[in-house]
Design a protein around this ligand. Structure first.
Ligand SMILES: Cc1cc2nc3c(=O)[nH]c(=O)nc-3n(C[C@H](O)[C@H](O)[C@H](O)COP(=O)(O)OP(=O)(O)OC[C@H]3O[C@@H](n4cnc5c(N)ncnc54)[C@H](O)[C@@H]3O)c2cc1C
Length: 458
């Protein structure tokens, strides 16, 4: 677009909506963000984003994109009390119950609670002069042209005051209403085909509690992360956050959910496959009650496979793909999706939804979706088709994880893909492949150069 178009309407003011608004603000005279919650000035968890009570960590790539779109963002979090460290070297990662080699990979991690990070992002968006928040407003329907070929706005209901319902017109509508997005139903009502979906039932349960620490028993480490694996379908993320507080999320797949009574919660932590977190809790004072979150299925909406789509509408964030939260990909994918949207705003024409969804699938979603569904399907009781490719990738990933417990170069490569800096295919480049296979051979002949580093307990 050589000149700014008139108005973009963003449905939903969480990460997906905020990132989208940032790139839209360069191309539209006016960007409106509609949300059913109050947003401006909110500092804590909010109803429309219940996952904000659980741990929400942003991967390296997500932080890089955020920093690109909002220069100085990381420094603002640090100034607000968030610790920083190396994404791999400052974190005790455990895969299959074994610690990875500790190796600085040169990428920053900035643990923060979900509400704190969201507030900082929102405050940066608030500074954009052509962006406005329309709060306490429920999105009721999409508004289409008479021939239904174009979305021309959205019908909203004001949840406070006497304004009732109104149609907000726009040249482009961006749906960022998250996993519960009603766009598929609204499109069906307008006569469009059903949006194809992929789902994997994982029956995941989270519970999260926050603590204050008397001292730092972690020898400067930022986080302890034992990842669930088929031998033990429970895991945890224990991380420092702002002002010396710590946040602990424990989770279990396939119905093995953590209890929220204090005694049961501690018992769940004690039964984790590594003792580090239970040991660290000895110096920790709870500052709230454990809070649960149930996440039954992952969900990918395949807009790129639609035979027909209306003009004037794109979708982003969890409204397109809701990943298994254990792998912490959603916010990074929301950030990357905004870059795809930005690319599609560069031409003179308004974005072509089919081309946008095609690029989004290919360049942003395919790789993390394949990676995480591969891991989800390694749990034998998770229902789903295990193709030859999936079985091969599972085997290869297990070799990479085993090699990363003894070889820092493999740790670096693996953490770069986990942090979404590199595509998973980077692990299959000949030098890395050779390394992984060599370590497997050494393991089978009992000739590994190093043993996995012993777990450091507090
Ligand atoms: C338990 C859990 C833990 C997670 N942990 C991580 C993590 O560690 N790292 C990570 O990267 N990702 C994580 N995620 C995913 C992450 O939360 C999302 O990817 C991220 O919030 C981006 O989502 P979004 O903006 O698309 O949607 P959401 O964050 O779900 O926001 C949707 C917004 O739309 C608004 N809205 C919805 N419907 C309407 C309506 N009809 N009218 C008006 N407003 C509406 C809501 O109020 C909300 O503000 C986790 C998810 C869950 C469930």
């Amino acid at each position: 677009m050589s000149e700014k178009a008139r108005r973009a309407l963003v449905l939903g003011g969480s990460y997906g909506g905020l990132f989208a608004a940032r790139v839209l603000s360069d191309r539209y005279d006016e960007v409106l963000i509609v949300d059913r919650d109050r947003l401006v000035g909110v500092t804590g968890p909010r109803r429309g984003r219940p996952q904000g009570r659980q741990i929400n960590a942003m991967h390296v790539r997500g932080l890089q994109v955020t920093e690109e779109l909002f220069p100085g963002f990381i420094q603002e979090l640090v100034a607000d009390g968030c610790p920083t460290g190396d994404y791999a070297g400052s974190v005790r990662w455990f895969f299959n119950g074994l610690p990875l080699q500790r190796e600085d990979i040169g990428y920053t991690a900035v643990p923060s609670t979900a509400p704190l990070m969201e507030r900082h992002l929102r405050e940066r968006v608030e500074l954009l002069p052509n962006v406005q928040f329309v709060e306490r407003c429920d999105i009721v329907d999409l508004e289409a042209s008479a021939d239904r070929s174009r979305i021309i706005g959205a019908r909203v209901r004001h949840l406070e005051g006497d304004a009732g319902e109104e149609v907000i017109e726009a040249d482009l509508v961006v749906d960022a209403t998250g996993r519960g997005s009603r766009t598929p139903a609204m499109l069906a009502k307008l006569g469009y085909p059903r949006v194809p979906e992929d789902r994997i039932k994982i029956n995941l349960g989270y519970a999260t509690q926050h603590y204050e620490l008397d001292d730092d028993p972690w020898e400067g480490d930022l986080a302890i992360i034992p990842v669930a694996h088929p031998g033990c379908p429970r895991g945890a993320i224990f991380t420092k956050t702002d002002h010396g507080k710590v946040e602990l999320t424990v989770y279990g797949l396939l119905g093995d959910h953590p209890p929220t009574d204090q005694e049961g919660f501690y018992a769940f932590v004690k039964a984790l496959p590594v003792p580090d977190i239970y040991e660290a809790l000895r110096n920790a004072r709870p500052i709230d009650e454990p809070v649960a979150f149930h996440y039954p299925v992952t969900l990918r909406r395949r807009y790129e496979r639609m035979s027909r789509l209306p003009a004037g509408l794109v979708v982003t964030g969890d409204a397109v793909t809701s990943f298994n939260p254990v792998y912490a990909q959603g916010m990074t994918v929301a950030a990357l999706s905004a870059l795809t949207l930005r690319d599609h705003l560069r031409s003179d024409a308004a974005p072509d939804p089919a081309a946008y969804f095609r690029d989004l699938a290919r360049n942003v979603i395919d790789a993390p979706w394949e990676m995480t569904t591969t891991v989800d399907l390694s749990f034998p009781d998770v229902p789903g088709q295990r193709s030859a490719k999936v079985l091969f990738l599972q085997r290869f990933l297990a070799l990479v994880q085993a090699a990363a417990t003894v070889d820092p170069k493999v740790t670096t490569a693996y953490m770069r893909t986990a942090g979404m800096v590199d595509q998973p295919t980077a692990l299959m480049r000949p030098p890395m492949l050779a390394r992984v296979l060599l370590r497997a051979l050494q393991r089978s002949t009992g000739r590994n150069p190093r043993q996995p580093t012993l777990t450091r307990t507090a």
